[in-house]
Design a binder for this molecule. Sequence first.
Ligand code: MCN
Length: 747
Amino acid sequence: MLTGRGRYVSDWNLPGQAHAHFLRSDRAHAEIVSIDKEHALRHPGVLAVFTGSDLDLKSLPAALPARGRGGTELINPGRPALAQGRVRFAGDAVALIVAESAIAAHDAAELIAVEYRDLPVVVSTGDALAAGAPLVHDSVPGNIVLDYESGAEAQASEAFRKAARVIDLTVDISRVVGNPMEPRACLAAYVSDQYHLYTCTQGVAIMRNQLSAVLGVPPERIRVIAEEVGGGFGVRFNLYPEYCAALFAAKRLGRPVKWTGTRSEVFLADEQARDVRSRGELALDASGRILGMRFDMVANLGAYLAPTGPFINTIGIVNCLSGVYDVPATYARIRLALTNTAPMAAYRGAGRPIMSYALERLMDHAARELGLDPAEFRRRNFIPKDKFPYRIAAGFEYDCGDFAGVLDTALHASSWKSFDQRKAESAKRGKLRGLGIATYIEATGAGFAPHDQVELRWEGGGNDSDGRITIYAPTHNHGQGHETTFAQLLSGVLGLPLESFRLRTAGPEFYIAGNATGGSRSLLAVGSVVMLAGQEMVKKGMALAAEALEAAVADIEFVQGRYRIKGTDRAISIQNLSRQRPGALDIQYQNKFGATFPNGCHIAEVEIEPETGDAEIVSYVACDDAGNIINHQIVEGQMQGGLTQGAGQVFNELAVYDRSGQLLTGSFMDYAMPRAGLVSGIKLIDHPVPTKLNPLGAKGVGEAGVTGSMPALMNAVVDALRQAGVEHFEMPATPARLWEALQKTKQ
Ligand code: MCN
């Protein structure tokens, strides 16, 4: 990467390739009356123009392994690779132009005349659910694809009936755009009866299965290839319609087809995320103990179901429904609504930040209403250590944790008790200082595929020191440092230096089954399989080493990379053995390890300058339990990255559609990304409670920073605003919005 040899998608080229451009709808909802492509077809260099009716492809898949209230099923209205008869969001792809150059394809797109008949538009879930609202799809009554529930409604109602006090809070979790570094791109080819797709993906297995459903061919006839992926953040998990259309064109034209999207297309047509309104309620007894908890949420899924959109916005949200709290009765209802906006799916945290935000904002609000210290109110309701394993209403069983220990460490490190002093000092400087806390837990990815496969193959030869092992794994690395941590694991088992290992996840010549990178499961699930595969290799080598050393297997031991006859200095290194017996030590191994429950306590202090609305994070402490940690530097980087994404959503980012469904924030001029200065001075502390759910004792960390930071930061903002008399505030806390909220209190 540093020497420029890393290959992102747009760095790939194939002989004879043609170039693609997508014509996109400039309106949010309309019937397509006609498409005239004659002029475009006559444009120099144009090879073909395809529209929805030309493609012989099936709908993109979307499924949910669960039913809704009363046993109802998810309605999937389907999504064609190119719009058919109707466009449903501004940015919906209407035509694919293939030409000898990208410029020719782009120019020809402007010669296509599409006649539209506009239809009424729904943008917010409020609009979509209103009586008589226009339908995004005629097959989806009331624009609701599923009315989902989790927990025990009757039991929760009973708790609310008995409660001494009920406290509720409604919050909006804003809509954001993922914005990886490389815009979406693909190079599609049809080679010897196989579809080859070079693209930016978090893992090939899931995309291959999704493609198989659209192309109508078995997965074995599909190869998905990726090397460098400039960030995934969840929005590079699923298959997108453009890839299907490009593969169709490549086969039809008998030439590879390359498409490189623009940043504008990222904003318009990448999956977006969050956008959930949540009403939460706590039923409390007289001593401030939670008797019951209820949530009523509406999630905006956009114009079509993204393949994992329904999952993320149901199971992904409720899988840690009651957080770190010991709650006898919990219940959540989530309605999944369609609107004329870009489809929604995963974004770092994939549902969990929605739950932790809704819950931790509610917890803080309740503490303030009850006049209790927010930390003590939480502690009073924690699941105590002696209650593990603890099964929550949504079905997951937390195996371990030390929530009080984590809280105490964070309180101490943040000097929680002396906050009032710092608040007074800030006030002297004319600033409002707020304190926010969140105690979160998340379920890191159980994984959809039945198992994760790993292969370890010896490559190279030469002298004793340069036998190398290639690790073939299903999870794609796009910034998480898997090359380092997976190598560390094997280095520990095989006694070889780190540089002996190379990691590959997707190439045209091989396929590895398993789960993509997602749900922060790569280490705990695939890393565990990598380590066990290493141990299998050592075992496999015992008999070979015994033969080579002319000794009995029982007399052989493996110490620091060498098989040795016990009690002697006669030995053979594992590299030498692999060279003597080429291929004999190679290993294919599979297993599956499921969800773990990382948790933590984040405490933030924010200062707001009332004259300008400028907000600054002046202190941030994150104490997290990620179980055993393999690489502290990488974990810190992951925490910082996650935290920054949380801070970005709280202070800067917001995807805004106007009432006609036009995206107003379609470029970096209008959509503000967080910068390093926003999150300087973070204090990270680990408080490991190793899990027994995988052989590493590790829990996931890739998303924890977001799940903890969003509520902690927003609680701090709200605390600061409360001092000035602001009663309700929704993110993002941009200077303009903060200033406006503060001005209103003066009117
Ligand atoms: N690790 C460790 N000890 C632990 C846990 C993890 O040393 N107890 C290490 C792992 O070995 C790995 C890294 O930390 O090198 C992250 O591991 P893990 O928590 O397993 O998460 P994944 O590798 O599965 O990454 C997925 C997660 C998700 S879901 C999103 S979204 C995300 C994220 O990671 N997108 C990212 N982090 C990202 N970081 C970058 N740079 N780019 C993205 O797109």
